[in-house]
Structures are given as structure tokens and as C-alpha cells.
Design a protein around this ligand. Structure first.
Ligand code: OSB
Ligand code: MG
Length: 375
């Protein structure tokens, strides 16, 4: 099967409420959507790069450039067999995992559809167990104006059915917040995400959290660091999770060998796609390290593929896969809802991503569009 045509869309949507982290504030959420056409099938992928190089060095502009000038021309020439085969064909581009992941997702969608499988079934082929039908999810809460408003926001999400809460922290907005959240919600699964805002010298801040029974502390130190995390870990009781530092399966192996973490957040986009995400899942599973699926404010195009990944056996912790309406008033594809009774989302069962893209809505939010390949 050869890919006949690829369309790139730069879309822009206003978030329901601003999302604030230690690296910045997002209100207008831009990203790229890719559409592949091959053998009468249409497949979709999402590039989660943003306007600012805050979480990653990639932006919507660098991703547009790398996709249109390098990755798309390389993919258009290829015969598509199994989706893993495209990963090495992108090695000639160093880095740029968010750009690569968009095409990787679409090729996984395409090949699952071709094989008459849901993406979850396609991803689960190497394992004994079938993919989960529902996956545990939690909600990631951005930095709020103050502690009382954070507690109110937590209560709002609990009322919607979420049973795992992640709070973003930054220096000066950390210990008192975590203590207040624990006091207000004694039994809740609470975790913190620092997005690389601290240094090893801040260990005392995290030691003071030892008694709070937190689910985990995500990426406290440098976004490219592994070694200092390995030095922090024995100094604190809270399980340590890496996000930003793990952008390849090699990084995952290094982190485990160095004892740098107890848990890994696997964001398929951060690791160049679903093939690497599954490899990291396998590395962690063999080492007894739990993993969960991280998020990047995806539209339902990206959320569908996160859900399929989270259905694999090693994903034993709740993922950052909150309902679509939480970020987008109207989404570009079939929305997802949280099952209130157990804080899960049902994994799509249709072929491929198992969603319907609303092409009218897609056009309405598109800022720029380009088509590659034969008309
Ligand atoms: O660090 O996990 C993160 C969003 C944007 C960039 C980085 C992160 C996040 C989230 C949101 O925590 C997860 C989501 O709801 O998609
Ligand atoms: Mg994170």
C-alpha cells in the first residue's frame, strides 16, 4: 500500500479555560492535524506542538517545516507494510519527535483500518491479553490563582467522576498547595507535576512532602536530565516519574539503569510515536516499572490514539486522558466522555482510531492547509 496524498492542517482553537504550567500559559491552542489517503482509506494524526517552545523545542512552525520539507516527502515514497517500519525511515531527521509522531499516528491508524482492527487491537497484537475495553484516566489541573481556587477546581473534577488528580507546581506554589490538597481530600490519588522547574538543591521541598502519601512527583528536575533525578530519588519517599527527560527508548533504558525513576509517563508524541511508545512500555514492563499515558491537550484525534495505547497491559496507572469537553467547547472529532462510576474512558472499538472527524468543524478552525502527493 502506498500513500497517495497527505494534507496538513494548522488549526487553532480557544481552550475552555487557560492552562497554566511552570513553563507558561496557554489559552489559544494551535496544533497540526495530518490526513493520509491510501487505497480508499483516510487516516488521521495529530502533532501536539504548540505556539511556544515551552514544553518542547518544537513549535507549530518548526513542525510544519520539518513535516512538509522532510518527513512527508520521505513517507510519500514508501510502500507501507507494518507501521514499525516507518520509524527508522525518519531517522535521517534528528529529533523533532512531535512532528514524527503525527505521521506515525496516522500510519498506525491506516494500517489498523487496512487490517480490519481497532488501533488498540493492532497495538496489542504482540501480547497474550486482548486490549482493555476501558482505561483508567485522571485529570491534569493547571496552576490556579490560589490554593482555595485549586481546591474548588479539584472538587469540580471529582464531581465529574475523575478519581486521580494531577496538580501542576512551580517554585513558591508547591508545598503549601500539596498540604492543603491532602488535608481537603485525605484519600484522593494526588500527584504533582513540576515540568522541570526545580534543581537538585531543592530536595528539601520534596522531602517535606514525604508524609503526604502522594501518588508520584513528575519531572521535578531538568528537561534533559536523568542523572540528577537518580540522585534525588533516594532522598525522597514519593515515587519519582519522568516525562520530559524520556524522548527515546534509549533514554528509558538509561533512566532504568541509573535508577532515576520509579514510573515513566509515556507520551506517544514526545517519543516520536506509537512504535517507540510501545517499545518503552515493553522495556518498563520487563523491569517492573509502571507506566501511564501522558497527554498534551490533544483534540479527540490524538485522544483516540492515547486511549488505544493505554489499553496495553503495562499501563497500570491512570493516564492524563481527560474528556474532550474539558479543553474544547466543540471538538474536531467524536468527543470522549468519562465513565463517572469508575473514572475510565471507553477505548474506541471501530476500525483504526474509531472516530469520525467532523471535516466542517476542521475547516472552521484551520488557519493554513497544504496538500502533498498526487491529486
Ligand atoms: O507535563 O504532562 C505535562 C500539557 C501540556 C504540556 C505538558 C503536560 C501537559 C499536561 C496535560 O499535564 C495533560 C492533558 O490533559 O493532556
Ligand atoms: Mg508532565
Amino acid at each position: 500500500m502506498k500513500i497517495e496524498q497527505i494534507t496538513l492542517y494548522h488549526i487553532s482553537q480557544e481552550l475552555v479555560s487557560p492552562f497554566v504550567t511552570s513553563f507558561g500559559r496557554q489559552q489559544q491552542r494551535d496544533c497540526l492535524i495530518v490526513r493520509l489517503q491510501a487505497g480508499g482509506l483516510t487516516a488521521w494524526g495529530e502533532c501536539v506542538a504548540t505556539n511556544d517552545p515551552g514544553y518542547s523545542y518544537e513549535t507549530v512552525v518548526t513542525a510544519w517545516h520539518v513535516l512538509s520539507d522532510f518527513l512527508i516527502p520521505a513517507l510519500l515514497r514508501q510502500e507501507i507494510g507494518e507501521p514499525d517500519a516507518i520509524t527508522p525511515s525518519f531517522d535521517f531527521v534528528r529529533g523533532h519527535p512531535l512532528a514524527k509522531a503525527a505521521l506515525d499516528q496516522a500510519v498506525w491508524d491506516l494500517t489498523a483500518q487496512r487490517d480490519g482492527l481497532s488501533l488498540a487491537q493492532k497495538l496489542a497484537q504482540p501480547y497474550d491479553a486482548p486490549p482493555r475495553a476501558r482505561v483508567a484516566v485522571g485529570v491534569s489541573i493547571g496552576i490556579q490563582a490560589d490554593i482555595p481556587r485549586t481546591l474548588e477546581t479539584i472538587a469540580t473534577y471529582l464531581a465529574q467522576g475523575y478519581r486521580r488528580i494531577k496538580l501542576k507546581i512551580k517554585p513558591g506554589h508547591d508545598l503549601a498547595l500539596a498540604q492543603a490538597a491532602r488535608r481537603a481530600f485525605p484519600d484522593l490519588a494526588i500527584m504533582l507535576d513540576a515540568n522541570s522547574a526545580y534543581h537538585l538543591a531543592d530536595a528539601a521541598t520534596f522531602q517535606a512532602m514525604d508524609e503526604l502519601n502522594l501518588l508520584m512527583l513528575e519531572q521535578p528536575l531538568g528537561h534533559e536530565d536523568i542523572y540528577d533525578h537518580s540522585r534525588l530519588r533516594p532522598q525522597i519517599k514519593t515515587p519519582l516519574c519522568l516525562d520530559e527527560s524520556i524522548t527515546t527508548p534509549d533514554h528509558a533504558r538509561a533512566a532504568l539503569a541509573l535508577g532515576a525513576c520509579d514510573i515513566i509517563n509515556i507520551k506517544p508524541s514526545r517519543v516520536a510515536g506509537w512504535t517507540h511508545a510501545r517499545q518503552i512500555h515493553d522495556i518498563c514492563r520487563a523491569a517492573g516499572i509502571p507506566v501511564w499515558v501522558g497527554g498534551m491537550l490533544e483534540t479527540s484525534v490524538g485522544r483516540a490514539a492515547q486511549l488505544a495505547l493505554a489499553a496495553l497491559p503495562g499501563f497500570i496507572l491512570p493516564g492524563d486522558i481527560s474528556a474532550t469537553a474539558r479543553y474544547y467547547a466543540a471538538d474536531i472529532a467524536t468527543p470522549f466522555f468519562v465513565n463517572q462510576e469508575d473514572s475510565t474512558i471507553s477505548v474506541p472499538v471501530g476500525p483504526g482510531l474509531g472516530i469520525e472527524v467532523d471535516e466542517q468543524r476542521l475547516q472552521a478552525v484551520t488557519r493554513r492547509q497544504a496538500t502533498f502527493g498526487a491529486a
